[in-house]
Design a protein around this ligand. Structure first.
Ligand SMILES: Nc1nc2c(c(=O)[nH]1)N[C@H]1C(S)=C(S)[C@@H](COP(=O)(O)O)O[C@H]1N2
Ligand SMILES: [Mo]
Length: 220
């Protein structure tokens, strides 16, 4: 088997001009604006089975236990919205989305981590994962999205739940997310093990692991 590659499919045409000739949004270095919303991921789109779906918080929790929500319970948590762009490391950006869902901060409040937690691993269907520094996960703008622009996410864009981390590249936000592991040390997630940067700040153009500097991540 070869190396997995991030694959794009679906509608979306690239343009180097802002729509309507406007000045347009400011994009991170090396990114270009995309019209439409392409679908990008590795592997198949999972089927949603509500009776089997749960959301789990585990690892180094403050109370040492595992927290679990059914789909009904999770989607009943307080809803809010965040406006944020999506920056794919393959260089397209999708701008101006309004994400609706459950802020990561809410999860940290109701299922708090132990005091020595420094990182989280966000887990999705089929074992997909992405690691984040606790501070990135705890950002006021990090959100578990159920909706985009007021409409439920479609299956290929992550229904029923995906994470959005507005200040990092889009791979840091798993689609079809199922839980969070609190960690007392850093560990690489799926793409971070396969050559993507451990931190992934698009404004610093942290695309690949070879760009990492001391302190950016655990050894490869
Ligand atoms: N579960 C899962 N989530 C994923 C990925 C993936 O391969 N699997 N790819 C990420 C990448 S690289 C990008 S750019 C965005 C793309 O989201 P979109 O398909 O909704 O545009 O999803 C992210 N979330
Ligand atoms: Mo991506």
């Amino acid at each position: 088997m070869g190396q997995p590659v991030e694959r794009e499919s679906g509608a979306g045409t690239s343009t180097d001009r802002a729509p309507d000739g406007a000045a347009g949004p400011q994009l991170p270095p090396g990114q270009r604006l995309q019209r439409g919303w392409p679908v990008t991921h590795y592997g198949p789109v999972p089927r949603f089975r509500p009776e089997r779906w749960d959301f789990q918080v585990f690892g180094a929790t403050a109370d040492g236990g595992k927290h679990r929500w059914t789909h009904e319970e999770f989607t009943a948590l307080p809803y809010s919205t965040v406006s944020a762009d999506l920056h794919c490391v393959t260089k397209f950006s999708m701008v101006g989305a309004e994400w609706g869902g459950i802020p990561a901060r809410t999860i940290l409040d109701i299922a708090p981590p132990a005091p020595d937690v420094t990182h989280v691993m966000v887990w999705a269907e089929y074992g997909f994962s992405s690691n984040l520094r606790l501070a990135d996960f705890a950002s006021e703008r990090t959100i578990f999205a159920t909706h985009k622009d007021g409409e439920l996410l479609t299956a290929e864009h992550g229904f029923p739940l995906r994470l959005i981390v507005p200040h990092l590249y889009a791979w840091k936000g798993p689609k079809w997310v199922r839980g969070v592991e609190y960690m007392t040390a850093d560990r690489r997630g799926f793409w971070e093990e396969r050559g993507y940067h451990n931190v992934g700040d698009p404004w610093k153009e942290q695309r690949y692991s070879y760009q990492e500097e001391a302190g950016d991540g655990p050894g490869l």
